[in-house]
Design a protein around this ligand. Structure first.
Ligand code: ASP
Ligand code: MG
Length: 440
């Protein structure tokens, strides 16, 4: 699965090590299948998703139950989508590895889909004790139909009848996130962070008024606050900005959930589970947004591997990588070679695919990616110049540069990543309130 369309990004400099610039489409991720809701939407439906930290123990689960009940008391039809408690998914994967070196994906899915079911059953019990009706459902019971790709399945259809019936009966419906049933009747999971996608798919299928993503951070920030203490919470970002931020390393949402939200026009609200403050809205770009600050944020990731391949054509190379389920991000082709990046976790699969091709290749994991993202960039010249000048002052020479109309991403040495993030955040005055910054 290529993250970016390979069409318009083929340009690069010949020598290794020098900055290579290519133009890419806005994170043009693969198409998302239409959601086939088999029931007409009803108004007043809200989908509320709670992440692993939000349900990490009995007290927290009781708080989640209370929030769901409050939403019900306000007159909403309430669907809760829950993640597994705390580190449950990691622990289950760990357990599998202790039993087997290479567990089969089908059995892995049987195992790791359990975590979300635990959360939902417990939340239903807590809701009952608050005097309300609730029912927990597995992904399969909730009608979430996926393709057959175990551990990375994609939702192909949502058959929402059972959820609608339970909602019609006045119940709060708890759906186990991260999972579904495949077209060949197997239990599947949607990839790490997949509960976000469950929530958005349900919001789309049910015609919900919105999808609230409750998490352990206050929203989407201008940079990772652990690296930039002055980072600010953003009031709103567009779907495209959020896609770029997520592709650049912001971990707050699974990328696929944002694609889904964009394609179905689902408004997302990312907010803290531990307070009532408003978080960050992720919506269609509107006039007001276009007038806001040029840059929304600086993200980074240190978990990508950069590959250089020679002696094989692009078509064949990326067909093989797609077959091996490698999520390719940046792609550059120069006269003598092809450079691409992929998540560090996909490295073994990528290496197997490359070895099978008999091509000459090398892999680097000493680079990190720093991305500057902002919708205002489109209409505002000089952003790239300022970004490069900022890095230059630090003596940082990017190894690879890729851009989209709303993003500039630089691959720099791992040791330079944090310095680069801080300097760019500073240079574009992201610590100041949006209203006081330069506007597009
Ligand atoms: N529990 C799964 C994970 O840890 C899915 C999720 O939380 O969204 O990846
Ligand atoms: Mg998550």
């Amino acid at each position: 699965m290529l993250h970016n369309s390979a069409g318009d990004l083929i340009r690069a400099t010949p020598e290794r090590g020098s900055a290579t610039i290519a133009r890419m489409a806005v994170a043009d991720h693969e198409a998302v299948p239409a959601v086939a809701a088999d029931e007409a939407p009803r108004s007043g439906t809200v989908v509320m998703k709670f992440g692993g930290t939000s349900v990490a123990g009995p007290e927290r689960l009781k708080n989640v139950a209370r929030r769901l009940v409050d939403a019900r008391d306000e007159g909403n039809r309430v669907v809760g989508v829950l993640s597994a408690m705390g580190d449950t998914t990691d622990d289950l994967i760990d357990l599998a590895r202790q039993v087997s070196d290479a567990p089969r994906p089908r059995e892995l899915d049987m195992l790791i889909s359990v975590g979300e079911r635990i959360s939902c059953a417990l939340a239903a019990m807590a809701i009952h004790d608050l005097g309300h009706e609730a029912i927990s459902l597995t992904g399969s019971q909730a009608g979430i139909v996926t393709d057959t790709s175990h551990t990375k399945a994609k939702i192909v259809e949502v058959r929402a009848r059972r959820i609608h019936e339970a909602l019609d009966d006045g119940r709060i419906v708890l759906v186990a996130g991260f999972q579904g049933v495949s077209t060949s009747y197997e239990v599947t999971t949607l990839g790490r962070g997949g509960s976000d996608t469950t929530a958005v798919a349900l919001a789309a299928a049910l015609g919900a008024d919105g999808c609230e993503i409750y998490t352990d951070v206050d929203g989407v920030f201008t940079a990772d606050p652990r690296i930039v203490p002055g980072a600010r919470k953003l009031h709103a970002v567009s779907y495209d900005e959020m896609l770029e931020l997520a592709a650049g390393g912001a971990r707050v949402l699974q990328i696929r959930s944002v694609e889904f939200a964009r394609n179905h026009g689902v408004r997302l609200h990312v907010r803290s589970t531990f307070g009532d403050a408003a978080g960050t809205w992720i919506t269609q770009e509107d006039e007001r947004m276009l007038e806001k600050a040029i840059i929304s944020g600086v993200t980074h990731t240190t978990e990508e591997t950069v590959f250089r391949v020679e002696g094989v054509g692009v078509a064949r190379l990326f067909a093989e990588l797609a077959d091996a389920q490698v999520n390719v991000d940046t792609i550059l082709q120069s006269g003598e070679g092809i450079v691409f990046s992929a998540p560090a976790g996909d490295r073994p699969a990528a290496e197997r695919a490359l070895s099978g091709l008999g091509a000459e290749w090398s892999a680097r994991d000493d680079l990190g990616k720093v991305s500057l993202v902002g919708a205002g960039m489109r209409s505002h010249p000089g952003i790239a110049a300022k970004a490069f000048a900022t890095l230059d002052e630090l003596g940082i020479v990017p190894e690879i540069v890729t851009t989209s109309p709303i993003k500039i991403a630089c691959y720099v040495g791992l040791d330079d990543v944090e310095r680069a993030v801080r300097a760019l955040h500073d240079a574009f005055e992201l610590e100041r309130p949006e209203a006081e910054r330069a506007h597009a």
